[in-house]
Ligand binder design. Structure first.
Ligand code: NOJ
Length: 746
């Protein structure tokens, strides 16, 4: 029988006075902490585990640590018997019967894998994030995992960075809506529900600003930018109830995040009113030694514990040094009590004290038809059609040659962070096309994305010759993006370009489908193909989703959540940049190939651009085609002048001028023309997905208030400033109808 914590002596006392169950959370927590030894308290701050799963038999040393109350949580215990046994030891044999939390990186699915988070961001649909969270939680909780290290909310402006794959993209407004969707999805109706998972908003903060896109690298972010760009998704997650936050690996402005009091206490608890607990990233406490911030592990523990870090992941600086730091007076026991209370609060909110064990119906929750259906819908909604020379959708009966290294790569299409995804349950394009149109011709040409061997070219070309249309599915293997997998060249790896060039010589229409963890620079080959469809790593249902899109049963619904570079040399590149004193200008721009030999130094446009790559991305943020066409007209504003604390309505008419019914993502951007600090050239403020039948016109209205125009200025005051604002409504961040209004001081 499970020995409940209330059976212990201290609890009996408390119980007899007040009735433990009737006490408020806080009082119950206080009463537990009051009778815990310092050793046990330190135990609650310890998150133990191995890199992807505890293998072999459960080590006796680990069991003993749990018995002694030296562990608060585990990560990557994927054997359900071990989960049950460890929980039993914690609740029945440890001094105060405090339950453990079991954690895992369940990022975009557990068994049923959804598109990578950057793909989900491309759906511009928080409902997709919510569905991903909900289904991931239902599946993972069945094996006892109730804490996910998601959502990752790092704004990313650099496609070289491997973890852009996990990010919500480059825009804080879109990222904030997604953050809320994920948190609500993972949590479900209540954290007490055994099918819920506690979320962890990560990584606080600025991890995506790593210099040069090199993972783990330095971030330099001035405070207004920090608050205007990087903080909003965290604010949204915390507001939606995320009970845990992970500190990031990086330093920011010279202070590593895990020992950064300004972030962990000032910003997080002071400004964002976070009342859960902060977990470090993997060894990020002791990595402060390598950062050159901590002298040794003891110093690292001192810095982190005084900064506001509640729980340490994997390294043992707290376990080994907190006691002596308290003895020496460099840390107060009250601070540790505060951390333990934060951790227990989350355990209470999860209902773990009443119901520490998982439901035992386990595996039955994997791959339910609804899960697969939602994963397929997500893959369709996140696919972005970048080019279409009137080729897609194809008519039924079109003879396809399916070529390319990702056409039948079940594991690769799952993408990064899919420890629990199963290749044999992943449906590839080949499998889907072959099942539904067995006449499809298939020859990959290359065996994996980095393959440089041209041995398979002849066979691929032979089959392509027999087809009406070539469907080339290429991109990157999963391992080429994600943590520590940054790339300096973001083109198609291996001999893919060369194969596409050869295929193009056949004169057949080519559809290039990209499966990748980042935007891929395709400027060298885009003219050789007739259509380009970005599917990111689409997850378990990538094949069936592609089949439906290619034959027009569904239309690709995605819009870019990041600017798509022409070349890595343009990175970082983002739509919400500043204007500069010398804004790029297409009328004076001279391309490198057009510069006259011997040209005078200042005879070219002296503006902010690259001679060889210009100044705009290949495809702008927000861009994506559907299978129909849309015209925008009649942009109007309800007021030309707006007073502080008032709102205006922006209205536009959108007409489906194409040949089929479809969906359009109507986007509203604003520019604050003059500010007390310089302001971005555009900022996304609203968007709406609408469906329009062929020939139909709809009026779309957005309400915009002075609150939406607020930003953090140099004095770190959040306010809207009076002056002129430009407004655009259109299909992406570099087009649209324009109007303007003035904001007046009251
Ligand atoms: C390191 C990663 O940065 C983080 O995102 C992840 O949650 C932890 N490892 C745990 O696997």
């Amino acid at each position: 029988m499970q020995r409940l914590h209330v059976l212990i002596t201290g609890f009996l006392l408390v119980n007899s006075f007040c009735g433990f169950a009737q006490m408020s959370f806080d009082a119950r927590i206080d009463s537990i902490v009051a009778i815990m030894s310092l050793r046990e308290k330190i135990g609650q701050t310890a998150l133990r585990g191995t890199s992807s799963r505890v293998k072999g038999t459960l080590p006796e040393e680990l069991k003993q640590a749990v018995r002694e109350g030296k562990v608060g949580a585990f990560l990557n215990v994927m054997n359900t018997d071990y989960v049950d046994e460890l929980q039993r030891l914690a609740t029945e044999e440890s001094p105060h019967g405090i339950p453990l939390i079991f954690a895992r990186d369940v990022i975009h699915g557990f068994r049923t894998i959804f598109p990578i988070p950057l793909g989900i961001a491309a759906s511009w649909d928080p409902e997709v994030a919510r569905a991903c969270g909900r289904i991931s939680a239902i599946e993972a909780s069945s094996v006892g995992i109730r804490w996910t290290f998601a959502p990752m909310l790092d704004i990313a402006r650099d496609s070289r960075w491997g973890r852009i794959a996990e990010s919500p993209g480059e825009d804080p407004y879109l990222a904030s809506l997604l953050a809320k969707g994920y948190v609500e999805g993972f949590h479900g109706n209540s954290l007490k529900d055994p099918t819920s998972m506690v979320t962890c908003a990560k990584h606080l903060i600025g991890y995506g600003a790593a210099i040069g896109g090199r993972d783990y690298n330095t971030a330099i972010i001035h405070e207004p930018l920090l608050r205007n760009l990087y903080v909003p998704p965290f604010t949204a997650a915390i507001k939606a109830g995320a009970p845990t936050v992970m500190s990031s690996f990086n330093e920011i402005n010279g202070l590593p995040a895990s020992g950064n009091k300004f972030l962990l206490t000032g910003l997080l608890r002071g400004e964002l009113h976070f009342d859960g607990f902060v977990v470090s990233d993997w060894n990020s406490v002791t990595e402060m030694i390598d950062h050159g911030f901590a002298r040794d592990e003891k110093h690292a523990a001192e810095l982190a514990a005084n900064a506001g870090l509640d729980m340490e992941m994997t390294s043992k600086a707290y376990e080994d040094h907190i006691e002596s730091l308290i003895e020496e007076g460099s840390l107060s026991e009250d601070q540790i009590d505060f951390y333990v209370k934060n951790i227990l609060k989350v355990k209470f909110r999860m209902g773990l004290f009443e119901r520490p064990y998982r439901d035992k119906d386990t595996e039955k929750r994997f791959y339910l038809p609804d899960h697969l259906q939602k994963a397929k819908e997500a893959a369709i909604k996140s696919s972005v059609l970048l080019k279409n020379e009137q080729l897609l959708p194809l008519k039924k009966g079109t003879k396809i040659a399916l070529i390319g290294p990702l056409a039948n790569a079940p594991r690769e299409q799952l993408g990064t962070w899919t420890f629990d995804g199963e290749a044999d349950q992943s449906i590839t394009p080949f499998k889907a096309f072959n099942e539904q149109s067995p006449e499809v011709l298939f020859s990959p040409g290359l065996t994996f994305s980095r393959d440089r061997s041209k041995e398979g070219f002849d066979e691929a070309l032979r089959l392509a010759q027999k087809s009406d249309v070539i469907l080339f599915v290429g991109g990157e293997e999963a391992i080429l993006s994600g943590e520590a997998h940054s790339r300096a060249d973001i083109g198609l790896p291996g001999a893919q370009e060369s194969l596409i060039e050869k295929l193009a010589l056949l004169g057949k229409p080519i559809i290039l489908v990209i499966m990748a963890g980042r935007p891929i620079a395709i400027s060298r080959i885009i003219d050789k193909v007739d259509a380009v469809l970005m599917c990111w790593h689409p997850g378990s249902m990538g094949g069936p989703a592609l089949y439906d899109m290619i034959y027009g049963k569904s239309e690709p619904g995605g819009r870019l959540p990041v600017s798509w570079p022409k070349t890595a040399g343009q990175c970082p590149i983002f739509y919400n940049h500043k204007n500069t004193g010398r804004p790029a200008d297409s009328t004076s721009f001279v391309h490198i190939d057009e510069i006259p030999v011997g040209a005078w130094q200042s005879s070219l446009g002296n503006n902010s651009h690259y001679l060889d790559a210009g100044f705009s991305p290949h495809f702008p943020f927000g861009y994506g085609l559907g299978y129909s066409d849309y015209a925008y007209s009649k942009l109007s504003l309800s007021h030309k002048e707006l007073a502080m604390n008032e709102a205006l309505t922006v209205t536009v008419s959108v007409t489906n001028t194409g040949t089929r019914n479809g969906e359009e993502v109507v986007q509203l951007y604003v520019q604050d023309v003059v500010g007390s600090i310089t302001r971005p050239v555009r900022e996304l403020k609203r968007f709406r997905k609408i469906s329009l039948d062929q020939g139909e016109t709809k009026k779309v209205s957005f309400r915009l208030s002075s609150k939406d125009l607020e930003f953090m200025n140099h004095q770190l005051e959040k306010r809207a400033e009076p002056g002129l604002f430009r407004v655009w409504v259109g299909p992406n961040s570099s087009s649209g109808l324009q109007n303007s209004f003035s904001l007046k001081e009251n």
